[in-house]
Design a protein around this ligand. Sequence first.
Ligand code: PLP
Length: 478
Amino acid sequence: MSLNAESTAFRSALEVIRAVEPRVADAIGAELADQRESLKLIASENYASPATLLAMGNWFSDKYAEGTIGRRFYAGCQNVDTVEALAAEHAKELFGAAHAYVQPHSGIDANLVAFWAILADRVESPALKKAQVRQVNDLTEADWFALRRELGNQRMLGMSLDAGGHLTHGFRPNISGKMFDQRSYGTDPVTGLIDYDKVAEAAREFKPLILVAGYSAYPRKVNFRIMREIADSVGATFMVDMAHFAGLVAGKVFTGDFDPVPHAHIVTTTTHKSLRGPRGGMVLCGPELADQVDRGCPMVLGGPLPHVMAAKAVALAEARWPDFADYAQRIVDNAQALAEGLLRRGAKLVTGGTDNHLVLIDVSGYGLTGRQAEQALLDSGIVTNRNAVPQDPNGAWYTSGIRIGTPALTTRGLGGTEMDTTAELIHTVLSQTKPGSNADGTPSKAKYVLDPALAETVSKQASDLLSGFPLYPAVDLG
Ligand code: PLP
C-alpha cells in the first residue's frame, strides 16, 4: 500500500527521532493518540494543519536572525527574510493592517512588544532609551523603579481578570502589572456585559496612557468603535489583544465595529488559538508605531524563531482561503448551539449565551466549584478549563466557572447536532457530580463525588461522538 504524503512525512520524522531518543518519538505518537481521543473544549486550543506543523520541523530552527527583514545583525538571513516577509504580507492582507510584526514568540511577548512600543512613542524618557539597548531581563529592581518613575507611573486601563481580561493587561503576576499603574473595568453585574458608559467614566477619572480591550473569557463581541472613542476622549492609545478571536476577525465574522484593526492604534494576537496557526504571536499597527514595534527584538524578545515564522506564513496563507471564512462562521454557530443546548438543560451561562467562540458556564448553578467541575468532566473524557466568573466568590484558583470553546472541535468537523450531544454530556456529568468533603467533614472546594460508572459511560459516549470525525485523517502513523 502506498502511503500519502502526510503519513510518509510524519512516519519518517518519527523514525529519525526514534533513532536518537525513542522516548520522545513515543511521546509524540502518544500525544496524537490522546488528542484524537479527547473531546477538546479548551477555548484557546486548536489543531494546526499538517503543512503548518511540518513547516516548523526543519533547519530554519538553526538560524539566528535578530533584526528585521533586510536589516539583520547576522549574515545569511536571506531565506529567513523570505518567510518573515511572506508571513507579514499575508497578515497585512488578511487583517487589512498597514504593518505586521510576526516575530513575537507568544501572545505575552506580542503584548510586551506593544507596551514598549507605546511607551517609547508616547513618553520622553532617557531611562527607557537606555533600557532599549539592553535586555530587559538584565535590569535590576532599582532600575525598574527608576524607569517606572521616569516613565511617570504610566497608567493602563484594561478588563478585569474576573470579567475575562488577561494577566498581561496590567495584572501583578505579569510584568505588565509592575510596569504600569493599572485599573480595570468590569462587566455589568446583572447582564454580564461590558458597560461602555462605565468604561468611559473610568477612563475620564483615571486618564490612562493605554486603554486595552480584549479578553480570554468574555463570551460576547466588543464594540471597538466605541472603545476607540473612549480612548480618544482621554488621549489614550487604544490597544486590542485579539489573541482569542483573531480567527473570527480573519474569517470576517467580526466586521465593522467588531473588527479591531480599523479602530485600534495597535493590535496584538496569538497565532495558535482560533487563527489555527503555530504557537506564537504577532503585532499589527499603523505606520506611526511600526518603527517602535520592529524594535521588539532585542528590546523584549530573544532572537526570532524562523521555523515558527515559516509556519505562520503557511497558516496565514490558509486563513486567506475562502473555506477559512466558513470555518470561522461554524466556530460561532457551534458555540451558539452548545450554549443553547446547555441553557435548554438548565445550565447557568455568564451573559446568558455567546456571540463568539466561547461559553462560560457558571457551575455554582450545579452546586460545584470550577475545580470540581473541571476534574469531573476530565474523568468523563471532556477536556475543559476552570475559569473565574465575574465577582467570583471562589477566587481565581477554585473559581465558579468552566470555560468551553469550539475552535478545535469545529476543525475536526463537528457541527450543531454534535454540539447538542456535547451539551447533554456536560450537563449529565455536572448534574450528577456532588461536592465532596475534607477528612474533618468540612466542605471541600476541590473534592467531588462522581459515580465512576457514569464517568466511564460518558467517556465512551464522547469517544463514540468523536469517532465520526477523525483528527488528522490523512495521518497514519502505523
Ligand atoms: N492574550 C490573551 C487575551 C490570551 O488569552 C493569552 C493566552 O491565553 C495571551 C495573551 C498569552 O498568549 P501566550 O500563551 O501565547 O503567551
